[in-house]
Ligand binder design. Structure first.
Ligand code: HSE
Length: 341
């Protein structure tokens, strides 16, 4: 079958996904039998467009890069009407994250699932706040709700826990879940000032639209909540997770850590203790000999503590245009595979 893809949001991730899909179109068809058209795009800045036979994505990328509104296949329909009425089979929800309300993404996700359309998202809002409800809605409507890109971009974390690690009991997940703060701590250790390095992290596109979410640890807290609920079935709320960011770390603290052969890392942790899941986000001084101490810059890393394999650590990019675009591709391919079986 040919997948009819719709995109909600045509920002960094949406454009990254489109670049991958365009560049790999033939490879995806030949190797995985994955055939698609991108038929609908809704973006508050560039406009809403729809063509049941497929949009001219190359042209749209050019227009978006030039900061211009879309000029072809313009649709009168608002986002929800486009989701419902178009011939789309799968929606990629790539709008901005709101960890307080989940909106507007949550309305997009609900509408798509209720309309019997799959949803793939890198948006942490719906995943951190409403995963159990959305999974139930997806199951009820016979479609998939896939969220690999919400934690550590395309580096496989959720799919690793659900797929290759299935059968293991996972008792602890611990690691570096935010690229911006890890980059900042790395540069601050080299002597760069906090404000200066935050600005560079924003310029490099690691930070959220409002970087408070990164430096106060809220972004990592969203990811910890997702892991706790999906991998450990914790049923916790984001506000249940104690959270401290890196804003209070001063050059003197960095020097203190150095003298003790240690280094500051913002650590997200989920642990099963006496049958209860405890989760937190906080900066910790860790020994330089610890595997997480060597993870520098915007790279993320997570260690799963399992009963059958011991510790399994995955290290990889946690942010970025292509890296997050890939997370959407990986979930699209798995939906395609699951539908064929
Ligand atoms: N701002 C996030 C980070 C992006 O720095 O890790 C990915 O969620």
């Amino acid at each position: 079958m040919k997948h009819k893809i719709g995109l909600l949001g045509f920002g960094t991730v949406g454009q990254g996904l489109c670049e991958i899909l365009l560049n790999k179109k033939e490879f995806l068809k030949k190797k995985y039998g994955f055939k698609f058209d991108i038929v609908a795009v809704a973006d508050f800045k560039f406009g809403n467009v729809y063509n049941a036979k497929g949009l001219d994505i190359e042209k749209m990328i050019k227009e978006a890069k030039a900061g211009k509104k879309f000029t072809q296949d313009l649709a009168d329909w608002d986002n929800l009407k486009l989701i419902k009425k178009s011939n789309t089979t799968v929606w990629c929800e790539l709008t901005y994250t709101d960890l307080n309300t989940g909106g507007p993404a949550i309305d997009h996700v609900k509408t798509a699932l209720k309309s019997g359309k799959h949803v793939v998202t890198s948006n942490k809002g719906p995943a951190a706040l409403f995963y159990p409800q959305m999974k139930k809605l997806a199951d009820k409507n016979g479609v998939k709700f896939k969220i690999e890109g919400t934690v550590v971009a395309g580096t496989p974390v959720i799919n690793l826990a659900e797929g290759p690690l299935a059968g293991c009991t996972i008792s602890k997940i611990r690691g570096i879940l935010n690229g911006t703060t890890n980059y900042m701590l790395t540069e601050m250790e080299k002597g760069m000032a906090y404000d200066e390095v935050l600005k560079v992290a924003q310029e490099k596109g690691y930070a959220e639209a409002d970087p408070t979410g990164d430096v106060e640890g809220y972004d990592a807290r969203g990811k910890v909540t997702i892991l706790a609920n999906i991998v450990m079935g914790a049923g916790i709320k984001i506000t249940d997770v104690p959270c401290n960011g890196i804003t209070k770390i001063k050059p003197a603290d960095i020097e203190k850590a150095k003298k003790q052969n240690k280094r500051w890392k913002l650590i997200g942790s989920v642990e099963m203790i006496d049958g209860k899941v405890e989760a937190s986000v906080k900066p910790e001084m860790i020994d330089l000999s610890h595997p997480l101490a060597g993870v520098m810059g915007a790279t993320n890393a997570l260690t799963f503590t399992t009963d059958l394999l011991g510790d399994v650590t995955i290290v990889g990019p946690g942010a970025g245009k292509i890296e997050t675009g890939f997370s959407i591709l990986t979930d699209l391919l798995s939906i395609s595979r699951e539908m064929e079986n």
